[in-house]
Design a protein around this ligand. Structure first.
Ligand SMILES: *Cc1c(COP(=O)(O)O)cnc(C)c1O
Length: 380
């Protein structure tokens, strides 16, 4: 079990904010000036390590840090890399895909949603037909790990199609980067976005963009705002190593420590193995308790899992959630539009024993609520 400096902190089985290690939290407890040499060195180091994690150090990519949560970085990419007459196709099979389209519409960017049901993989052949039919489409965006269901979308396959038609490719890898091996060159990605407080296990406060340098350099004049201007942010970081506006120094210090801890754990492969084990313990235990996953097992990733509300007159999510929270376990509401679900995340500073602890608390909670479920006989 994890030992926190404050044992009373609940464990967060959510898609963020996530449980972080005591040492990551402690690393934030310093006041460092934004022009301090040490701080500038840390920012340089973080940018370098992010490129390495994406497999693109010295391969024509840049790492750009952006203040705010993950969505700010998504908005930054969309608002400052799509030309004024650009057109976006958003591949949508969940709430986070829809959010990309919503941001684009708000920015007055012409956007087509290539939507498919939330329990299905995107139709890549249809994407090919759409791109072939409309040469004025400039960008394609997709979510890697669709955090509303736990689906892992085929970003490499989609990248091949996007590049076959020579368009710009944007991937929201918010909930997967650092927890699933992903190489931007192999997947043909031009812009990838993730945040400090998902699989990299830092504290919230900033997000980052990995950008193909040539693509980025060709976006001069596209920005639709000042604070989220991606090219300007990059130029600032390159010029003097500093952010243009107040940097989240404490979050960056914590993140630097979090990257060290990722390395000590053995890198992305080892972290992926821990998360996968977390998922296996969870998925087996929930099945034994009688819960049904929203996605078919073969479509599920190990980052987060959506479970259907059990068919029982006494089940009430609010009550279920409150009981678990009282026991120190925080789960997450659902985000599937057509089914009543709740979600349990396997990422963050969580270990198989934490998953077992949660399963025990769920068992107790069901008993307290007077709910008996019949475990499914076949399904995984
Ligand atoms: C968490 C998440 C986001 C948004 O992140 P915020 O930090 O809440 O802004 C976007 N996309 C995906 C896939 C996510 O999991």
């Amino acid at each position: 079990m994890q030992q926190g400096p404050r044992k009373q902190d609940k464990l967060l089985f959510t898609p963020g904010p996530l449980t972080t290690s005591p040492t990551v939290k402690q690393a934030a407890l310093r006041d460092l000036g934004s022009r301090d040499h040490e701080f500038i060195g840390i920012v340089r180091n973080i940018r370098r390590k992010l490129l390495e994690l994406g497999g693109v150090a010295d391969r024509g990519f840049e790492a750009i840090l952006m203040q705010g949560s993950g969505t700010f970085a998504i908005e930054s990419v969309l608002s400052s890399t799509v030309p004024p007459d650009g057109k976006l196709v958003a591949v949508v099979n969940g709430a986070y895909g829809r959010r990309i389209a919503q941001i684009a519409r708000t920015l007055k960017i012409t956007v087509t949603e290539l939507a498919c049901p939330e329990d299905q993989r995107p139709d890549t052949e249809q994407l090919g037909r759409v791109l072939e039919a409309d040469p004025s489409i400039t960008h394609v965006a997709v979510v890697h790990s669709e955090t509303s269901t736990g689906m892992i979308n085929p970003v490499r396959e989609i990248g091949e199609i996007v590049k076959h038609f020579n368009r710009i490719y944007f991937v929201d890898a918010m909930s997967s980067f650092g927890g699933m091996p992903l190489n931007l060159v192999d997947c043909r990605i031009d812009y990838l976005v993730s945040s400090a407080n998902k699989c990299l296990e830092g504290i919230p406060g900033f997000a980052f963009v990995l950008a193909q340098r040539e693509a980025l350099l060709s976006t001069a004049g596209f920005a639709r705002g000042v604070s989220l201007d991606l090219l300007a942010q990059w130029k600032g970081l390159e010029a003097d190593g500093q952010f243009r506006f107040t940097p989240p120094t404490h979050a960056l210090l914590a993140f630097h420590q979090a990257l060290r801890e990722l390395e000590a754990e053995g890198g992305v492969e080892s972290r992926a193995a821990r998360y996968r084990t977390n998922y296996q313990v969870l998925s087996e235990g929930m099945r034994e308790l009688g819960f049904e996953g929203y996605l078919r097992p073969e479509e599920r990733g190990y980052i987060i899992t959506a479970f259907r509300y059990p068919q029982h007159p006494k089940f009430d999510f609010g009550e279920f959630y409150a009981h678990l929270s009282e026991k120190g376990y925080v789960i997450y509401p659902g985000k599937v539009s057509t089914a009543d679900c709740f979600r349990i995340g396997c990422i963050g500073h969580l270990f198989p024993d934490d998953m077992r602890g949660l399963l025990g608390a769920i068992r107790e909670t069901l008993a307290e609520m007077g709910i008996t479920l019949c475990p499914a006989v076949v399904a995984k």
